[in-house]
Ligand binder design. Structure first.
Ligand code: NAP
Length: 345
């Protein structure tokens, strides 16, 4: 299916009114390959998109938006684990529900994360102490030019904090078509965050955790189907221990989390809140009142409104704390992805 001058408002969770020359929905590997070659032959750029939950269209896109809609969930099991093979176009939260309905715990902390399964490895999605890399067994990657598929092990994926090889070496000309998930049968609950810390590790069930995560998310985060947003706009900064120490001396309540390598993770939302920016608005874009790390489309915001707001936030945080926040959201300009930090100067 293909349209000319296609609106993207319903294809990005920010609900920004941008347009692409063309939108193609692909339900199979072959349809992805065909759409890719068609666009290349017309010298048009191609943007692969799942549910558009981590993108900011800063202007109209002058090429083809290729929606990866490959479906299907199957699983096998052995003595120690369940092994799920999931099509890239499946909805992430529906996968979490499916696994729990089939008594396979392990994904409950990752409930309600917007987006597709195929997008999850790209930024190594994470929440409430669990990242995708903990459960990812493999990723099936299609080389769009050659039409070949390669299976990458979790190690091959080079997962990091909101990072993977799919943002770098395999960032262009490749499509994730399926993800392998391994859920171990000797399940241990992860209870280090928020309301989960009050749960009893001996009696808690994966469903209890799922319900608590859903309740926490619903109470703090805007529902993208109601208020346009792309989740956390900035990454949490990871700084040298000495930098964190100076901040904690001045602000004893500053959340800070020492990392295994001696660095310290700070909470970007807290830094923004300290600059009194909750509710701050530029054009139709605003800082969310409940969670300062989330920027929202309050009233027909444009990509430029969000850019202006993000730029202001970065400058205010840098002025107060000498820390330059980096966007987690990916910026899409007319010819493709651009360096988000450079766009915010
Ligand atoms: P929060 O509880 O207000 O905490 C703020 C930040 O502090 C979090 O981002 C988290 O970092 C860190 N943190 C909190 N407790 C921690 C602990 N026990 N150990 C280490 N780090 C800790 O966070 P929130 O905004 O409500 O989000 C809850 C979770 O959902 C977080 O894991 C967050 O990353 C995730 N989330 C992600 C997105 C997204 O778009 N990427 C959007 C919403 C929420 P981490 O981010 O490293 O976990």
């Amino acid at each position: 299916m293909s349209n000319q001058h296609s609106p993207l408002k319903h294809l990005n969770t920010f609900a920004l009114s941008a347009y692409a020359s063309n939108v193609i929905s692909a339900n199979s590997t072959q349809e992805l390959i065909d759409a890719w070659h068609e666009s290349v032959s017309k010298h048009q750029p191609v943007l692969l998109l799942g549910e558009g939950s981590n993108v900011l269209f800063i202007e109209n896109y002058s090429g083809t938006v290729l929606l990866n809609r490959i479906k299907g969930i199957t699983f096998t099991e052995d003595d120690t684990a369940w092994h799920l093979h999931v099509g890239a176009g499946e909805n992430w939260h529906q996968l979490v529900c499916y696994s729990l309905q089939n008594n396979m715990p392990g994904l409950e902390n990752l409930a309600l994360i917007p987006g597709c399964v195929g997008s999850a490895p790209i930024q190594n999605i994470g929440a409430y102490g669990v990242e995708l890399q903990k459960v990812c067994e493999y990723v099936d990657l299609l080389d769009l030019e050659k039409g070949t598929v390669r299976r990458l092990s979790a190690e091959d994926c080079q997962f990091g904090y909101r990072d993977s090889i799919f943002k770098h070496h395999y960032g262009h000309g490749f499509a994730i078509i399926a993800v392998g998930i391994r859920l171990i049968k000797s399940w241990v609950p992860t209870l280090g965050y928020g309301d989960l810390t009050r749960m009893d590790p001996l009696t808690v069930t994966a469903i209890d955790i799922f319900n608590s995560v859903c309740a926490m998310r619903r109470s703090k985060l805007p529902d993208p189907t109601v208020t346009g947003n792309a989740g956390s706009f900035f990454k949490n900064p990871v700084v040298d221990a000495a930098v964190a120490e100076d901040i904690v001396k001045l602000y004893p309540n500053a959340p800070h989390y020492p990392q295994p390598d001696g660095t310290v993770k700070l909470a970007a939302g807290w830094l923004i809140d300290q600059c009194a920016l909750k509710g701050y608005q530029i054009g139709g874009a605003a800082v969310h009142q409940q969670q300062a790390l989330v920027l929202i489309n309050l009233a027909e915001a444009t990509g430029q409104d969000v850019l202006g707001l993000a730029s202001h936030i970065r400058q205010q945080v840098a002025k107060k704390f000498a820390i330059w926040l980096e966007p987690e959201v990916r910026f899409i300009a007319s010819n493709g992805e651009v360096n988000a930090v450079e766009r915010l100067w």
